[in-house]
Design a protein around this ligand. Structure first.
Ligand code: 9PG
Length: 500
């Protein structure tokens, strides 16, 4: 039906699927395709990435789109490959076009069904694979309409209250090279540094898909959890419970429990560890039982903070035992995990589909992996590539998501050793993390000099007052911090570290 949205001085003609109702800050439009004829001509469009690693940001409608280009394997892993439009501006669930005087026109889905929002110089549109979610339509100051959208979304999907606190993670120092002695030594060195969580990342398990203690943890995972808790920290553990590498016992013995392709073979749902991998079909009772067993085991070991990674793979298009929409399938799976671990275990989502994770996860990664270098030399121009700059840019474009869960921009560095980031770049990372209000690092104390140790000790206890003064400009405890040059690619530090 035709409808004219009335935003005071601005009237927007639209095609909608049902009669809009007034809502705080805007209008709620019933599920179904919608298209708004905006008067702004070519302008900026806010594009939102589907999962933690998917690029988000503002781009001109008459310019290059934001996204992962020319790499189907990367796209499958780090974005919604089924819906990506490399030559047209679109994103997942929410989008906005810039109007006049700092106002934006926003369309945002209030639920699941792989909603998509796109724009050009005439139209801002929304539609979903499944018409399952109402839309929020609003016009007003950028920060206000995004906040109103987030509040409506969490009113429908929930908002958890868990707080991670200060986290030490093993990934950005040791990567997969962890073993129980190294962990014990690292934890002993952390004495006197009041971290809340010490989280083991990838490398403890024999292979992705089989969640038992690997050969480098001969005393078992409960022993390492005890080492961590005896030192006064909450034990944390990384898992990728919805995927399995082809060589895992799970994939070898139960291929029938994997999401299938059209030929009845296990479907490839992403790439990492130098391999493709598969997804568990979480609609099957045996997979639900398997997940129950895995999470009872892990919590039984003593881990109370779980980083659940590569979770998007539970929401990719493929054949499952039911025809439920893939995002609904995912949500059921993570709700099941939540019911097994209980309310007091902190769940950090990584590689999660952002909207379907609201209300179940306490925190979510909002960008690609950070690295001890500024730009990604391997994949120049891929905003989902590992690196400090990409991580900062993605995270700053998702500050509005703080209202949905804790937002994790990834680790910061204090170390100058084994680090290509200069002081200014390390400071930019810490500023972004302060703005997002999440604190994690991977620096082993043994890698820090005296000044760096002092700096770390101070940071662990710090809580800064954050004020936003512009899209990418803030005051952190009164100190003006403008990260615009980093986001727009004009930072002085940028040219110096661009390795080709
Ligand atoms: C462990 C790591 C760390 C890290 C996670 C995740 O897009 N990708 O292909 C992609 C691959 C790996 C990856 C992120 C993105 O790293 O983000 O913090 O836990 O797994 O293997």
């Amino acid at each position: 039906m035709l409808h004219t949205f009335d935003f005071g001085e601005l009237r927007i003609p639209a095609n909608v699927s049902g009669a809009p109702q007034p809502a705080p800050g805007g209008h709620i439009v019933p599920a179904g395709p919608l298209a708004l004829l905006h008067p702004f001509g070519d302008t900026e469009f806010y594009r939102h990435g589907w999962n933690s690693w998917s690029p988000s940001g503002w781009a001109r409608t008459d310019g290059e789109t934001i996204g992962i280009k020319n790499s189907p394997g990367r796209l499958l892993t780090a974005d919604d490959a089924a819906n990506e439009t490399p030559h047209a501006h679109s994103g997942a669930a929410v989008g906005a076009v810039a109007g006049e005087g700092g106002n934006v026109l926003l369309v945002g889905a209030l639920g699941l069904g792989s909603p998509r929002v796109g724009a050009d110089g005439n139209v801002l549109w929304g539609r979903g694979e499944e018409d399952a979610a109402d839309w929020f339509v609003a016009y007003g100051p950028e920060a206000v309409v995004f906040a109103d959208y987030a509040d409506l979304l969490s009113a429908r999907l929930g908002r958890r209250s868990g707080r991670a606190g200060a986290v030490w993670s093993s990934w950005y120092s040791y990567f997969e090279g962890i073993d129980e002695e190294l962990v014990a030594r690292t934890v002993a060195d952390l004495a006197g540094y009041p971290f809340d969580v010490v989280q083991l990342d990838d490398g403890w398990e024999p292979i992705v898909g089989d969640w038992t203690a690997g050969p480098d943890f001969p005393s078992g995972m409960a022993a390492t959890a005890r080492t961590i808790s005896d030192a006064g920290f909450t034990p944390g553990l990384w898992l990728a419970p919805l995927i399995a590498l082809p060589g895992s016992e799970f994939a070898r013995t139960r291929p029938d429990l994997l999401v299938q392709d059209d030929h009845g073979e296990p479907l490839v749902t992403g790439y990492n560890w130098g391999s493709h991998y598969y997804s568990l079909d979480t609609t099957r009772d045996e997979v639900k039982d398997h997940l129950r067993e895995v999470f009872e085991r892990v919590v039984g070991w003593g881990f109370r903070y779980l980083k659940l990674d590569f979770m998007y793979a539970g929401a990719v298009a493929g054949r499952r035992s039911t025809s439920l929409h893939r995002e609904a399938v995912y949500r059921e799976a993570v709700e099941h995990i939540r019911s097994v671990v209980g309310d007091s275990v902190y769940l950090l989502g990584c590689g999660v589909p952002m909207i379907p994770s609201v209300g179940v996860f306490d925190g979510a990664r909002v960008g690609p992996d950070v690295g001890a270098f500024w730009d990604n030399a391997e994949r120049v121009g891929d905003p989902s590539g590992v690196g400090a700059r990409n991580s900062i840019v993605a995270s700053l474009n998702r500050t509005w998501m703080k209202r949905l869960y804790e937002v994790d921009p990834d680790a910061v560095y204090f170390r100058s050793a084994r680090n290509l980031l200069d002081d200014g770049e390390r400071q930019a990372l810490r500023d972004a993390a302060a703005i997002l209000e999440f604190r994690s690092t991977s620096d082993p104390i043994a890698w820090l000099n005296a000044a760096e140790r002092a700096h770390l000790a101070e940071w662990i206890q710090e809580t800064a007052v954050i004020e936003q003064t512009g899209r990418y400009a803030f005051r952190i405890d009164g100190r003006a911090v403008d990260l615009t040059p980093i986001v727009t690619g004009t930072a002085a530090t940028d040219a110096a570290s661009l390795v080709v």
